[in-house]
Design a protein around this ligand. Structure first.
Ligand SMILES: Nc1ncnc2c1ncn2[C@@H]1O[C@H](COP(=O)(O)OP(=O)(O)OP(=O)(O)O)[C@@H](O)[C@H]1O
Ligand SMILES: [Mg+2]
Length: 476
């Protein structure tokens, strides 16, 4: 059963809006998308770049919305019946922010963690959510809800009895993190690392590091920063945190000075076995998905749990259940004529760091049959001026990844294509659509195939096509 988050009258008080309808109605959730809106939700009618949420107010009520928050300039005309609760405000996003801030004010100051960084935010946030959920009621961002509407929406959805909150905070431009972290007011911040990704709107990587440092501006009670000791920007972030008044800095990584240190990591079949040392004390655990990067991310999670004084053995107990998400390394068995093939779906995200991590994990994959290892790569986007070079450079890691066939698509991948040795060449296409049938025809029983590209490179149709091959079996 869902818990009541607010009464309509509470939201009127918080936003100062004009209400037509029933003050006593209950709100059980918040939504900005009527396709996923649940009965009892409050619907925020947000004007986006492409669509205006006000066009969907009627559909929100048809789906059972308890309340719609709309711009005061919007006139409901005939689409909204007299029994529907409508709260009119000058600015809907601002109202959502205020509700988010009010939700944040209801819970303890010492139990909120914010995660930012160039790569691995969602994975770290999900792992921390798992660890904390094993210890108490935990509220976390859905998916990558990390921007100017994702963060306040996630805050607004936080229940009064939340013991731990975990928020992902992202950015594409300088100045975006600070207002978000000031709403979240974490006592612990994690920066997974600084890399030259999402660099399109930045002059150089130092500007990225500076923008990520905005996270320290929102830390409450002089809190804790958890920083990657192996990252080139560790010292830079350390001084930024100190200058911002952060009291305690905890480092994680393989570095011998790391407070939470990776002692051993082994990828065994479809899991990762880790030994870590947390402030001098060893802990061993398994993560239910393969990849060194999961081990790295788990160190930041252990550090946060340590600060929150949570029993670490309890915290890691959920990790064997972790599965790589669809688009971020999920594995599926495809039944083909004469046997099965393994599909590794990395179609949601790609940048030079995650590309290397995925290829390194693929290199460890033991192909039990005599099948081939095939990679299908699409462009890595938002890389700015060094994009061409960053694509060309992938040849080094491909050479060490024990790959048998390479298929590439996209204008940037053409630069890499010139570097691929003849004996590894599958084919190249200007876009992913040009590879859909080629890949479906080439895949044989025994093969392992990994498909990876930035979301905008549209690699998913290739994944979807392969799943329609004779018969899909269980997720591994
Ligand atoms: N520590 C890491 N090092 C390298 N790659 C990683 C790491 N953690 C996760 N990845 C890989 O990077 C990709 C993106 O991961 P994830 O979604 O966690 O990052 P994100 O920072 O949330 O990205 P976004 O900016 O798109 O929200 C995935 O393919 C994932 O497997
Ligand atoms: Mg994310």
């Amino acid at each position: 059963m869902k818990n009541q988050l607010w009464l309509v009258s509470d939201l009127q008080e918080i936003t100062g809006g004009k209400l037509s309808g029933d003050h006593a109605s209950q709100i059980f959730g918040f939504s900005i998308d009527t396709r996923t809106l649940q009965s009892g939700d409050c619907y925020f009618a947000i004007r986006g770049d492409r669509l205006d949420g006000h066009h969907f107010v009627e559909s929100a009520f048809l789906n059972g919305a308890s309340l719609a928050i709309v711009e005061e300039s919007w006139t409901s005309s005939s689409v909204v019946g007299p029994n529907c609760n409508v709260l009119s405000v000058p600015d809907v996003v601002h109202a959502m922010e205020n509700i988010g801030i009010a939700a944040r004010n209801r819970i303890s100051d010492n139990s909120v963690v914010a995660v930012t960084g160039s790569v691995g935010k969602t994975t770290t946030k999900d792992m921390l959510n798992m660890a904390l959920s094993a210890c108490g009621p935990t509220h976390a961002s859905v998916s990558s809800f990390n921007n100017h509407w994702g963060v306040p929406l996630t805050l607004a959805r936080m229940a009064r009895d939340t013991e731990f909150g975990v928020f992902e905070i992202g950015m594409n431009h300088p100045g975006e993190i600070e207002p978000l972290v000031k709403m979240v007011r974490p006592s612990i911040v994690i920066i997974t690392g600084i890399e030259a990704v999402h660099i399109e709107y930045f002059e150089d990587i130092e500007q990225i590091a500076e923008a990520k440092s905005e996270i320290f501006a929102g830390v409450v009670h002089s809190g804790t920063a958890i920083l990657n000791r192996d990252n080139t920007w560790y010292s830079y972030l350390f001084s930024k945190a100190t200058n911002a008044g952060v009291d305690r800095i905890i480092s994680f990584g393989s570095h011998s000075d790391a407070d939470v240190r990776l002692i051993d990591v082994r990828v065994v079949d479809d899991r990762t076995d880790v030994v870590a040392r947390v402030f001098g004390k060893n802990i061993s655990f398994s993560i239910g998905a393969p990849g060194y990067h999961f081990a790295q991310n788990s160190l930041a999670v252990l550090a946060a749990c340590h600060v929150l004084k949570i029993d670490l053995v309890h915290a890691v107990s959920a990790f064997p259940e972790l599965k790589a998400r669809r688009g971020r390394g999920a594995r599926e068995l495809l039944k083909l004529d004469g046997g099965t093939a393994v599909l590794i779906d990395e179609s949601y995200n790609a940048n030079p760091v995650s590309m290397r991590a995925a290829l390194a994990t693929l290199a460890l994959h033991k192909n039990s049959s005599n099948g081939r290892k095939i990679i299908v790569l699409g462009d890595m986007l938002e890389l700015g001026q060094r994009a061409k070079e960053q694509h060309e450079d992938l040849i080094e890691v491909i050479k060490t990844a024990d790959v048998d066939r390479v298929y590439l698509c996209g204008p940037m991948m053409e630069h890499l294509w010139h570097n691929i040795p003849q004996n590894l060449r599958g084919s190249y296409s200007k876009n992913s659509a040009g590879l859909v049938d080629v890949i479906a025809e080439t895949l044989l029983a025994g093969d392992v195939i990994m498909i990876k590209g930035s979301l905008g490179s549209n690699m998913k149709p290739i994944v979807d096509r392969l799943k329609k091959l004779p018969q899909e079996l269980d997720i591994l």
